[in-house]
Ligand binder design. Structure first.
Ligand SMILES: Cc1cc2nc3c(=O)[nH]c(=O)nc-3n(C[C@H](O)[C@H](O)[C@H](O)COP(=O)(O)OP(=O)(O)OC[C@H]3O[C@@H](n4cnc5c(N)ncnc54)[C@H](O)[C@@H]3O)c2cc1C
Length: 331
């Protein structure tokens, strides 16, 4: 049997999630070095709408399970299906994106199979023995640790979205598709999805947002929140902030970035009136593009900002909002 790396393929609205394509790109790089095959796994949907994308991004095989109890994600259903498939097919490893779904599913699967899991990896490699080496940040991102779990297979890893990027799609030929079967006992599903609704961008989990507008003490007082919301609207951004913003009651705790808040990796973050204390910056360090508005030339946030903007947010934010509104209107 060919040795395989499996990638769990998350999909929404008939499209593969970008976070999955990042995982697939990394799996492909690793497979090329280790001469393994890459297999994408789709649960609860036919393969056909995704075959071209998955093939062009590196999948050699696409496995799919069509089962009405997998059409919506439930922790129990997906865990049962995944565990059965991994036991039957015994891939070398399974990679998932560290999305809220991936973070929910991976630890349960690892526990059921009694195998190791390294979460929030940044790089995946392999050593001479062909064992996986997983690199992830520790000590609040100050150092990177290389980890192994060689004694049991499959080796599980989740990869932080937004860090590695997606490799360019290639014409690699069509991946082989294979329908797999699993047994799911409805009485063992402890949750039932009664319906779904689209989440308002403002309600989105900040660790899944592509664009983030964060503010801190420099906001001054809550009367300025509407001004920030107006900018967030034109940016298509999710609102977040420093611990001070939470302590002041301007945002809820789940929107806090940093050591005691969340680590985020958006494509762009705009930090307004945030000094850049280490406990804050450890949560944004791996964002793709960091920009910050601050009145203090010496503010530590400027040391990590790709685009530092020296000035008063009360002047800059309304102007920026207006400019963005104009350019959107002219599109
Ligand atoms: C154990 C521990 C854990 C912590 N965890 C976290 C955490 O998870 N997240 C977190 O954020 N903090 C955390 N902190 C707190 C952290 O140390 C800082 O106190 C906090 O991040 C500061 O928030 P701030 O940048 O909003 O405020 P400040 O440090 O007060 O900075 C305000 C900034 O706004 C600028 N400013 C003022 N007016 C304007 C204006 N009009 N226009 C533009 N700029 C302006 C100022 O120049 C200043 O740089 C933690 C601390 C400890 C000890």
């Amino acid at each position: 049997m060919e040795k395989e790396i499996w990638v769990f393929a998350e999909h929404r609205d008939e499209e593969i999630e970008e976070a999955t394509l990042e995982v697939l790109s990394e799996a492909r790089r690793l497979a090329n070095k280790s001469k393994l095959k890459v297999s994408a796994l789709i649960l609860g949907h036919a393969a056909e709408p995704f075959v071209e994308t998955l093939s062009r991004h590196g999948a050699d095989n696409i496995y799919y399970v069509e089962h009405e109890l997998l059409e919506q994600y439930t922790t129990d259903g997906y865990t049962m299906a995944m565990v059965e498939l991994l036991r039957n097919r015994q891939p070398e490893s399974l990679f998932l994106a560290a999305t809220s779904l991936g973070k929910d599913l991976a630890p349960r699967v690892a526990t059921r199979l009694n195998v190791g899991l390294v979460s929030d990896c940044r790089v995946l490699g392999s050593n001479k023995e062909g064992n996986l080496e997983m690199t992830r940040p520790t000590k609040g991102g100050k150092i990177y640790s290389k980890m192994k779990s060689p004694s049991r297979k499959p080796q599980l890893a989740t990869i932080t979205p937004g860090v590695l990027g997606v490799d360019k799609p290639r014409n690699r030929g069509r991946a082989n598709t294979e329908k797999l079967e699993v047994e799911i006992k409805p009485e063992e599903l402890r949750t039932r999805v009664l319906g779904t609704s689209k989440v308002d961008r403002r309600e989105l989990d900040i660790s899944e947002a592509e664009f983030v507008l964060a503010f801190g003490r420099g906001l001054g007082d809550e009367s300025r929140i509407p001004q920030m919301e107006a900018l967030a609207d034109v940016m298509g951004a999710c609102i977040a902030g420093s611990r001070v913003a939470v302590d002041e009651g301007w945002i809820s705790f789940e929107r806090q970035i940093g050591q005691t808040g969340k680590t985020i990796t958006p494509k762009l973050i705009l930090c307004c009136g945030i000094s850049g204390a280490q406990q804050f910056t450890m949560g944004i360090r791996e964002s793709r593009f960091i920009t910050a508005i601050n009145t203090d030339r010496e503010a530590p946030i400027f040391k990590i900002a790709d685009l530092p903007v020296l000035g008063d947010l009360n002047e800059i934010v309304p102007q920026l909002t207006e400019q963005l509104q104009k350019s959107l209107a002219n599109r």
